[in-house]
Design a protein around this ligand. Structure first.
Ligand code: IMP
Ligand code: MG
Length: 329
């Protein structure tokens, strides 16, 4: 068995979907595994020029690859079917490729209602926190308990281990900056967002092959913590040029310069084989190549010196890709 994994080193929205989609087109995966989070995710991708935004359906299903919503995910039955029907308008076959683990926990309508009240940290209001709370309190409802999901239910351990030749793509959600443990608590989501969540889904550690970590040439974050310096007009400009609005909630994302110390810490814990820095074209358009280190803004003279600075920060032995293509890496 061989497994490649796509994670996000920052606060989500760094182009995991784009990288996942590209890998699915390049490599012959037998399975795709969404290994954490729920419909809080907003994964934007393009297939044959057509835009799709997925929330809980693993991207592999859009490519005819057997795709599993893993045990580390939470799923709301109603929004799952809404999303599935929406994708099926373009790709009818998608329904045959989506599988749900019997032990995936359910986001109930009560969980959703609970989040309609004020949220201190600015969640996506997809019932994520309440669903995980009930999971860990051992009072949760699982997919196997929901009759309308029966046709999708599988045993992920059996399916993932069905052949020694299985080649699996692990599709992450959110990012290490939002990880329940590693992130800036309480401004975090309720999942672990790193490779550990893949292993916890029933993948042996020895099977992990490439780990792709997505980053962006600048940082964005959605939530209530103060992240952006609103007195800096350049950050506003970058947000405008980058169309930084959440794919799930439509909220304006806060913007900051790439934080080199944050980046180094993510690289340290995830040890990725590949790092993709997306949206370098936005800095080019803004004519500003700044990074942040220890709270100090460093103005790098041009794109080449920005790239060199970043490559040195992550270590020269890694595959580093700077990408300005919204569709492909
Ligand atoms: P929750 O995951 O909806 O509970 O939200 C917790 C925090 O994570 C909030 O700051 C959200 O904006 C953020 N968040 C959750 N999912 C995503 C995502 O997919 N992209 C970006 N931010 C996210
Ligand atoms: Mg997103």
């Amino acid at each position: 068995m061989k497994v490649d994994v796509v994670i996000d080193g920052a606060f989500g929205d760094c182009g995991k979907a784009k990288v996942t989609n590209s890998l699915l087109m390049k490599n012959k995966y037998t399975h795709c595994l969404r290994f954490s989070g729920g419909a809080n995710a907003g994964h934007t991708l393009y297939i044959d020029g057509k835009k799709f935004v997925t929330h809980i359906i693993p991207i592999g299903a859009l490519h005819g690859v057997t795709s599993i919503v893993g045990p580390g995910c939470v799923l709301n039955e109603r929004t799952f079917f809404e999303e599935l029907n929406e994708i099926a308008k373009e790709i009818p076959d998608v329904v045959n490729h989506v599988k749900i683990s019997y032990n995936t926990h359910i986001v109930t309508e009560e969980h959703l209602d609970e989040e309609l009240k004020e949220s201190k940290i600015g969640t996506t209001r997809r019932g994520i926190g309440p669903a995980f709370r009930d999971k860990y309190s051992r009072v949760g409802v699982r997919a196997e308990d929901i009759s309308s999901l029966r046709e999708f239910i599988i045993d992920p351990y059996e399916v993932l281990h069905s052949s020694p030749d299985n080649y699996i793509l692990g599709e992450g959600a959110q990012g290490l900056g939002l990880d329940i443990d590693f992130g800036d608590y309480p401004y975090v989501t309720s999942s672990n967002c790193g490779v550990g969540a893949v292993v916890n889904s029933g993948i042996p550690h020895t099977a992990i092959n490439d780990v792709w970590m997505t980053e962006k040439a600048y940082e964005t974050y959605v939530g209530t913590k103060e992240f952006e310096d609103y007195s800096d007009p350049m950050l506003e400009k970058i947000g405008d040029l980058g169309h930084e609005y959440g794919a799930t909630t439509g909220r304006r994302r806060q913007v900051n310069y790439l934080d080199i110390n944050r980046l180094k810490r993510s690289v340290m814990v995830a040890d990725p084989t590949h790092i993709v820095f997306n949206k370098i074209d936005i800095l080019r358009e803004a004519k500003s190549f700044r990074v942040k280190q220890g709270g100090v803004v460093i103005d790098l003279v041009n794109e080449d010196s920005f790239r060199l600075h970043v490559e040195h920060a992550v270590g020269l032995h890694r595959n580093v890709i700077f990408s300005d293509n919204p569709y492909d890496i």
